[in-house]
Design a protein around this ligand. Structure first.
Ligand code: ADP
Length: 776
C-alpha cells in the first residue's frame, strides 16, 4: 500500500456526510421501489399527519393558510412515492380540507386550492421524473459494470483457455457448422483453413469410441434434458496419426424449446490418462506386492540409514514373526531388536557389505547367523537393492529368507566332497575325470605328481596330452580315435603315458563311467607301470644272472657236493671193510664212520637245498615297510629262535625317514643273515657288541650298517663274500650274503662290507626311500 504524501490534503467533503447523503437517497429510492399500495399508504399517513397539524393549529391560522400543513405532507408523499402518491396526497388533502373546513368562505380559498393542487401536481411530476432519471442512471451504471465484469471474465477465460491448452467450439445446429479456436484444431490435427463440422470431428474418433460422443450429443440436444454434453474418447490425430485421448464438455442453448447451438471446450487428456493408468498400475502392483509379501516364505523389507547412522526400517512384512520370531512392528520401531540377535561374528561382514553396497550402488547380498527366540541358531540370507530417492536418501528394498536347511546340506555336501576329494587325492593311482570327448575335468593329486603338472594346468586339456594312444586298445586294435574311448568303459589296457618333461612311461589305463545331473562323465585310472617294469626287468636280469652264475658255478657245485659225497663214500667203504672183519676187530669205529657218513650226506643235502633257495625265488611282493620297525621285529624273532643272547645289540635310529617300498620277508631275510653272521663272528671275541644303525645319506636313501666287534673279514677281497658258496666257516654254506645281495639289488639298493676300524666288520646296504624309487 502506498501512503498519501504529507503535503496532500484530502478532499474537504467528509466521507461520513457523503455516506449519509448516499444512504438517505438510497433509502428514498428503496421506498420508491416498493409496491404502489405501500407508497399510497405512506401518502395517506402523511395527509393524516398534515390534517391533524392543521386542526391543531386552527386557532392560530384563524381561517388563513388552509393548506399550510398539507404542503409538507404532499412533498413527503411525492418524494418518497413519486407521482401517484403525490397526486393521491394532493387530492385527498384538498378533499379532506374541503370537508373539514368551511368551503369557499372567501375568494382566496379557490385560489389557494387551485395553487395547492397545481403546485403539488407539478411537484409530484418532478419527483416522479427525478426518480425515473435516477433509475435510468442506475441501470446504465449497472450495465456498464456488468459489461466490464464480462469483459474481465472473458479475458480471464481466454488466458485460462490458452494456458490450459483448451480447445473451444461452438456448434451452430442450424448450419451444422462449428466455430473452433486454434487449440481445438491443434488437438484434432485440423488445418487452419478446414471448415469444421460434427461429421469431420467424428471421423477422427476411433471406431470403438465414436458411439460415446454421438450418444452424449444426442442426449444434450434433448429439450427435456439439461443440455449438458460430456464425452471422453480416443482420436487419431489427423496431422500425424497419433492416438490421443480427448475430453469434451459443452452446454446446449435452446430457443423456443429447440436446441440451436452447443458451446463447449475440448482438452487433450492423453497425459492425464497415461498418468492415471500408471498410477492405477502402481496401485495394483503395490497391492500385488503386499499380497506377495504376505504369502512369500521370507520377509520383504525396506530400510535406510538414518541421520544417526543407524539402520531404520520403513517396512517389514508380517512374515517377520514367523521367520525371525520378532514382530514386524517391533523391528520397525527399533531396528536394534533385530540386530541384537545377529551372530556377533557376522556383524563385521554384514556392515562391510552394506558399506560396499552404498558406495557402488550394488546389491547387498549376505548370509549370516541369527539367534531365533524359539528355534535357536538359524541361517538367514538377505538380498537388497539400494535405490537413491529424490531427496538423496538411499533406501534398500529386499528380501530375507531362512536358508538354514540349505546351509546345513551345503555344509554336509562340502564335507562329503572334501572327504571324497581326500580319498581320491590319497589314491596311489592317477584319477582323471573327463567328458566323452576326453576333455579333462578334474585330476587328483597323484595324477599331478605322476605327470609332473601343477594344479589347474590340466584343466580343459585333453586326455591325449597325457596318454597319447589312450583310445587304442590292444584287443580291439581300433585306431586312436577318441570316439572309441567310451567303448573302453569297463576295460583295462596298457598305454604309453607322457610326463610334462616329455619322458614317456608305461601305464595301465582303466575306464569307468558315472552319471550325474543328466550328464555322463568318464573316470580314468592310470597306474604307473614303470617301476613294475623296472622290477620285472631287474628280476629277469637277476634270474638270467643267477642262471649264468649257476652255470658258472656248476663245476664248483659239483666239487662242493662231491666233497661230502666222496667223504661219505670213503666212510661207508671203510665201514664195509671193517664189517668184513671179525666183530672183535671192527669195534665201535663202524658206528662212528656211519655217523660221519650221515653228516656228510646231510651236508650235501644242505648244499642242494641252498641252491634251490638261490634259484627258485619268485616275484617280490612289495609293500610300504618301516626299516626301523623291521629291524626291531627281526631282533625279536632272532631272540625267539634262540640266538646268542650274550651279544649286546644296539639300535641307532639316525635316519629321519625310513619308509621304503620292499618285500618285507626278503628284507628281513637280509637283516637276519647280516645279524646272524655278526653274532657268529663274535663268538670267539671278548667284546661282543652288535650295532645296527640307520642313516639318510641323502633325502632319497636309507642306509643300514650292521657293525660287529668280531674277528673281522678274512682275506682282502670283500666282494668275494657275496659270491655263492664263499664261506670261511667250517659248517658254513656261503649262500647267505649271496642271497642278500640278490635281494638288495632287486630293491635297487647296494650292499657291501668293510672292516670295522675298531675291530670286526661292517656290513652295509642302502635302499631307496619311498617315492625316490620312481625316479630311478
Ligand atoms: P656262511 O655264513 O655260510 O659262510 P655267508 O654268505 O653268510 O655264508 O658268509 C660268507 C662268508 O663271509 C663267511 O664265511 C665269512 O667268512 C664272511 N663273513 C660274513 N659275515 C662276516 C662277519 N660279520 N665277520 C667276518 N666275516 C664274515
Amino acid at each position: 500500500m502506498v501512503a498519501p504524501l504529507p503535503d496532500m490534503k484530502p478532499f474537504v467533503t467528509t466521507p461520513s456526510f457523503m455516506r449519509r447523503v448516499d444512504a438517505a437517497t438510497s433509502w428514498v429510492a428503496s421506498v420508491y421501489a416498493s409496491p404502489l399500495w405501500w407508497r399510497l399508504a405512506i401518502a395517506a399517513l402523511a395527509v393524516a399527519i398534515g390534517t391533524s397539524a392543521r386542526v391543531a393549529l386552527a386557532s392560530r391560522f384563524e381561517g388563513h393558510f388552509t393548506f399550510a400543513t398539507l404542503y409538507p405532507a404532499v412533498e413527503i408523499a411525492a418524494v418518497l412515492g413519486g407521482f401517484y402518491p403525490g397526486l393521491f396526497a394532493t387530492f385527498s388533502g384538498a378533499f379532506v380540507t374541503h370537508l373539514w373546513f368551511r368551503p369557499v368562505e372567501t375568494a382566496a380559498y379557490p385560489v389557494g386550492l387551485s395553487l395547492f393542487i397545481a403546485s403539488c401536481t407539478v411537484l409530484s411530476i418532478i419527483t416522479e421524473i427525478l426518480h425515473r432519471t435516477r433509475l435510468r442512471l442506475n441501470e446504465s451504471q449497472e450495465k456498464r459494470e456488468i459489461a466490464e465484469r464480462l469483459n474481465i471474465a472473458t479475458r480471464h477465460l481466454q488466458i485460462a483457455v490458452s494456458a490450459g491448452a483448451i480447445g473451444t467450439w461452438l456448434l451452430d445446429l442450424g448450419k451444422n457448422a462449428a466455430i473452433v479456436n486454434d487449440e481445438f484444431r491443434s488437438i484434432f490435427g485440423l488445418a487452419p483453413d478446414v471448415d469444421v463440422n460434427p461429421d469431420l470431428v467424428f471421423r477422427t474418433i476411433l471406431p470403438n469410441d465414436v458411439s460415446r460422443p454421438r450418444e452424449a450429443l444426442r442426449a444434450a440436444l434433448e429439450p427435456s434434458g439439461n443440455g449438458l454434453y460430456h464425452a471422453e474418447y480416443r482420436i487419431r490425430r489427423v496431422t500425424d496419426g497419433a492416438i490421443r485421448w480427448v475430453s469434451s464438455r459443452g452446454q446446449t442453448a435452446f430457443e423456443n424449446g429447440k436446441p440451436v447451438r452447443v458451446v463447449g471446450v475440448a482438452r487433450d487428456v492423453t497425459d492425464e490418462k497415461v498418468a492415471a493408468r500408471a498410477h492405477q498400475e502402481r496401485a495394483q502392483l503395490a497391492e500385488q506386492l503386499e499380497s506377495v509379501a504376505a504369502t512369500a516364505p521370507g520377509v520383504v523389507f525396506s530400510f535406510y540409514i538414518g541421520d544417526d547412522s543407524h539402520i531404520a526400517y520403513r517396512y517389514v512384512s508380517p512374515k517377520a514373526k514367523a521367520v525371525f520370531g520378532v514382530a514386524a512392528e517391533d523391528i520397525c520401531a527399533d531396528a536394534r531388536v533385530f540386530y541384537r540377535r545377529v551372530h556377533v561374528a557376522d556383524h563385521d561382514h554384514l556392515n562391510a557389505a552394506l558399506v560396499e553396497s552404498a558406495h557402488s550402488l550394488s546389491h547387498w547380498d549376505v548370509e549370516f547367523r541369527f539367534d531365533h527366540p524359539e528355534k535357536g541358531a538359524i541361517w538367514l540370507e538377505a538380498q537388497a537393492a539400494p535405490v537413491c530417492e529424490q531427496d538423496g536418501k538411499l533406501v534398500w528394498h529386499g528380501y530375507v529368507s531362512d536358508v538354514t536347511e540349505r546351509k546345513r546340506s551345503d555344509i554336509a555336501l562340502a564335507e562329503t566332497a572334501a572327504r571324497l576329494q581326500a580319498m581320491i587325492d590319497g589314491a596311489q593311482d592317477a584319477v582323471i575325470t573327463m567328458d566323452s570327448e576326453g576333455r579333462i575335468q578334474s585330476v587328483n593329486r597323484a595324477a599331478l605328481s605322476m605327470f609332473g603338472y601343477d594344479a589347474g594346468e590340466l584343466a580343459a586339456c585333453n586326455i591325449t596330452a597325457l596318454l597319447s594312444d589312450v583310445a587304442t586298445r590292444p584287443e580291439t586294435k581300433e585306431a586312436n580315435d577318441l570316439r572309441a574311448l567310451e567303448a573302453g568303459v569297463g576295460h583295462r589296457w596298457e598305454v604309453e603315458a607322457r610326463r610334462r618333461n616329455g619322458k614317456v612311461f608305461p601305464a595301465e589305463f582303466s575306464l569307468s563311467e558315472a552319471r550325474y545331473d543328466h550328464r555322463r562323465i568318464l573316470i580314468g585310472f592310470v597306474k604307473d607301470l614303470s617301476e613294475q617294469r623296472k622290477v620285472q626287468q631287474r628280476v629277469e636280469k637277476l634270474n638270467r644272472d643267477r642262471l649264468d652264475a649257476m652255470a658258472g658255478m656248476a663245476g664248483r657245485l659239483a666239487h662242493e657236493i662231491n666233497q661230502p659225497l666222496a667223504a661219505t663214500a670213503t666212510y661207508l667203504k671203510v665201514a664195509r671193510r671193517l664189517l668184513e672183519r671179525p666183530p672183535q676187530e671192527a669195534g665201535t669205529n663202524i658206528v662212528e664212520l656211519i655217523d660221519k657218513a650221515t653228516i656228510q650226506t646231510l651236508r650235501a643235502g644242505k648244499i642242494v637245498n641252498s641252491l634251490r633257495q638261490l634259484v627258485a625265488r619268485g616275484e617280490p611282493d612289495k609293500t610300504l615297510v618301516s626299516v626301523h620297525e623291521l629291524i626291531l621285529n627281526t631282533y625279536d624273532s632272532m631272540l625267539a629262535d634262540g640266538a646268542n643272547t650274550d651279544v649286546q645289540i644296539r639300535l641307532e635310529r639316525n635316519a629321519s625317514r625310513d619308509d621304503v617300498v620292499a618285500d618285507r620277508a626278503q628284507l628281513q631275510q637280509v637283516l637276519v643273515s647280516l645279524m646272524r653272521n655278526a653274532i657268529e663272528a663274535m663268538q670267539e671275541t671278548e667284546k661282543q657288541e652288535l650295532i645296527v644303525s640307520t642313516s639318510n645319506p641323502d633325502d632319497r636313501t636309507i642306509r643300514v650298517d650292521v657293525t660287529d666287534t668280531g674277528g673281522g673279514l678274512a682275506g682282502n677281497v670283500e666282494e668275494d663274500f657275496f659270491e655263492p658258496f664263499a664261506t670261511t666257516k667250517e659248517k658254513g654254506m656261503g649262500v647267505g650274503l649271496s642271497i642278500s645281495r640278490s635281494i638288495i639289488e632287486a630293491h635297487y639298493g647296494r650292499i657291501w662290507a668293510k672292516p670295522n676300524p675298531r675291530g670286526g666288520a661292517v656290513f652295509s646296504f642302502t635302499l631307496p626311500l619311498q617315492n625316490a624309487e620312481e625316479e630311478i
